[in-house]
Design a protein around this ligand. Structure first.
Ligand code: ADP
Length: 395
């Protein structure tokens, strides 16, 4: 091959390399470049690049200065990434590898350059995909944890409910015995007083039976209410109604349970209508009235005071009965709790727990004061709600 042919051959080889190559001198002046390099930087021909400074092709040429100054380096240990500048000013990522060469006692520097725009894009795409995937996994993990928490809550509720049922069955079998045997003896006596002359005796026992059934029914109601609250299926039903009608009905229902010479004094200052859940009010007040009757002696006085003040309704029920021992007062709203001085009287320890549950749901409060052997007074406060007001129920 002739020398000229050899040169041409080198040139062809140089221009068909896979990457851009350029050579610059110690003044950073470009003295050689191949076609791929010109294409990478968007120059039409080699002459456009020749004699340009390295500074024209790179955003930051400090690395080239370093390499010139630090002549102990022969070449980079591994390629680095820098930002290239095309002839139209566009910035793009480049992978660069530098090495030093000596020609006719002069140092020159060879730069191998690859445009890594596509590779970077792909890397970013994979990075974004990974972080999206990571986020999704985190979200699913979070959802799974929530589901497990909810499952645990349901499981605990289920356990509590099953415990409640077992406890109730053992309580009920005990508590139902007395009223049931009273019903039995009254019905036997009703048969005995079947002649016309004994009408008043018969009616007395019929009333007893009625009251016992009412009492048993109340116990079952308490249990069903508790289950209702426990399952979270309770939604208050608010209506506008005349309060005096409701309180009179409640009093009529509990009057038969008043002991001998026991009196119930009512001072009702709510004369108009209120917007509340009638059923809940009935359960709450009936429970408190029944307790006041049950836990106070014959001749006892039960004072009931009902008021509306500012934005609240107040219900005060005061008795002069056995009271609640001081050291047991903190447990009074706990389910199945019965104070030591109350166990000789019938009861399940469910009532006050239900009352508290309902009052909490209505956003109200219940407080009490009690002195053993002197008496107890309960005060219930419920927020007044307007018919057109949005009701904020606590779940
Ligand atoms: P029960 O009356 O069926 O036992 P409650 O939940 O209504 O259940 O009451 C729980 C306990 O609180 C009672 O057993 C009793 O010890 C005490 N208690 C409630 N009300 C009164 C009251 N008015 N006077 C004295 N003790 C009361």
């Amino acid at each position: 091959m002739l020398l000229k042919d050899q040169k041409d051959f080198f040139k062809v080889c140089f221009d068909t390399m896979q990457m851009g190559i350029l050579v610059y001198d110690i003044h950073k002046k470009i003295v050689l470049s191949n076609s791929p390099l010109n294409q990478i930087f968007n120059y039409f021909k080699e002459s456009d690049v020749l004699n340009l400074s390295i500074n024209n092709l790179f955003e930051d040429s400090i690395i080239f200065d370093d390499f010139i100054v630090n002549s102990t380096h022969k070449k980079f240990k591994k390629p680095i990434e820098i930002v290239g500048v095309k002839s139209n000013g566009e910035r793009f990522p480049i992978e660069l590898n530098l090495s030093k060469l000596e020609y006719e006692n002069e140092y020159y520097f060879k730069a191998f350059i690859s445009d890594i725009t596509e590779r970077k894009k792909e890397k970013n795409r994979i990075f974004n995909l990974n972080s999206k995937l990571e986020k999704e996994v985190k979200l699913q993990h979070h959802e799974l944890e929530n589901a497990i928490d909810q499952l645990q809550v349901s499981l605990n509720k289920e356990k509590e409910l099953s415990h409640l049922k077992t406890k109730f069955i053992s309580l009920a079998s005990h508590e139902f015995k007395t009223p049931l045997s009273a019903i039995l003896s009254s019905t036997e006596l009703i048969v005995k007083y079947s002649d016309l002359n004994s009408t008043s005796k018969r009616n007395e026992h019929l009333d007893k039976v009625k009251n016992m059934i009412y009492h048993l029914n109340g116990m079952l109601d308490d249990f069903l209410t508790l289950e209702h609250i426990e399952l979270g299926s309770f939604i208050p039903k608010f209506t506008q109604f005349k309060f005096s009608t409701l309180i009179n009905e409640i009093i009529q229902n509990i009057k038969p349970f008043l002991k001998e010479n026991q009196t119930l004094q009512l001072k009702n200052n709510i004369t108009g209508t209120i917007y509340q859940d009638q059923n809940i009010l009935k359960i709450v007040l009936t429970n408190l009235f029944n307790n006041a009757i049950k836990y106070s002696k014959v001749n006892g006085i039960i004072e009931v005071e009902i008021d509306e003040k500012n934005s609240s309704l107040f219900f005060k029920i005061k008795d002069n009965g056995i009271g609640i021992p001081k050291n047991e007062q903190e447990f009074i709203f706990k389910r199945f709790f019965r104070a030591k001085n109350a166990v000789f009287l019938p009861g399940t320890g469910i009532g006050l727990n239900i009352v508290k549950g309902y009052i909490d749901k209505l956003g109200g409060a219940i407080e009490f004061e009690s002195i053993e052997n002197k008496g107890t007074s309960f005060v219930v406060e419920l927020p007044k709600i307007n018919n057109n007001e949005k009701v904020n129920i606590i779940n």
